[in-house]
Ligand binder design. Structure first.
Ligand SMILES: Nc1ncnc2c1ncn2[C@@H]1O[C@H](COP(=O)(O)OP(=O)(O)OP(=O)(O)O)[C@@H](O)[C@H]1O
Length: 229
């Protein structure tokens, strides 16, 4: 089965229930958008799926293989954390050579945004340059599923468009779970939208439900989706 299947996830921090019996799935070729207010538990959920955060209870299966630890998941799932994860003192060209298999490097080495950065060390890149490099590395990795935590944070419109284009280009090869406070773009690219609220996931079938669940105000909804601002 070419899918990511997540079930029975339960997580508390200091007796506060963050995630309660969470179920979600993602197929190859699918983009799942994950929305939720600040502190609702989106990053925690992605970290648990990736295997770098413990949970009281969890079941994660990728393509029929049950993942018990980070060691099990690393080749099948990749994860973009909110904070930068690449080594600071290594030049971009070397980072690409380190992170990607040979057949996947050329595409990135010749990318119009990445080419001018190749001789620079990671720590001197701007915030947006760091983000686009990290995202393109994950999109070109071998993993079948990619979890993106705030990929649009701090990037200019032109880079945001590039990220969206690259996600769409890779969609036939991978499944994605994307969370970002840039909800308009998450909604635009996602095949399905899930909202994390009160420790539970709710499937959003109609954007108006985002008002009902207190994620968007009526005014914002009308301005953004009905152009009635
Ligand atoms: N290591 C930790 N110890 C204690 N509490 C934590 C820890 N990590 C997260 N939390 C709490 O768990 C809740 C969920 O945090 P999480 O970062 O998953 O939310 P989020 O939905 O990703 O938020 P945001 O959109 O603001 O990034 C928050 O209340 C946060 O304070």
């Amino acid at each position: 089965m070419k899918d990511l299947h997540v079930d029975s996830i339960r997580k508390c921090y200091h007796d506060k229930l963050i995630l309660s019996d969470i179920f979600l799935s993602c197929r190859k070729g699918e983009i799942v958008g994950l929305l939720g207010r600040n502190g609702s538990g989106k990053s925690t959920l992605l970290k648990i799926i990736f295997g770098i955060e413990d949970a009281e209870n969890k079941f994660v299966r990728v393509q029929g293989k049950v993942l018990k630890s980070f060691a099990d998941s690393r080749k099948l799932i990749n994860y973009l954390p909110q904070d930068n994860f690449l080594p600071k003192n290594i030049k971009v060209r070397n980072i690409i050579n380190l992170f990607l298999p040979q057949g996947k490097r050329k595409h990135l080495l010749q990318n119009v945004f990445i080419k001018p950065l190749l001789q620079k060390k990671f720590h001197v890149l701007s915030g947006g340059e760091k983000r686009i490099l990290e995202i393109l590395l994950l999109l070109n990795s071998k993993a079948d599923f990619v979890l993106l935590d705030e990929p649009f944070n701090g990037v200019s419109p032109i880079l945001r468009d590039l990220i969206i284009k690259n996600i769409k280009d890779e969609k036939s090869n991978k499944g994605f779970i994307v969370t970002d406070h840039d909800y308009e773009n998450v909604i635009t690219i996602a095949d399905r939208i899930l909202l994390l609220k009160d420790a539970s996931l709710k499937e959003i079938k109609d954007k108006r439900e985002l008002i009902k669940y207190g994620y968007l105000s009526k005014t914002t909804y009308k301005t953004v989706f009905l152009n009635l601002g």
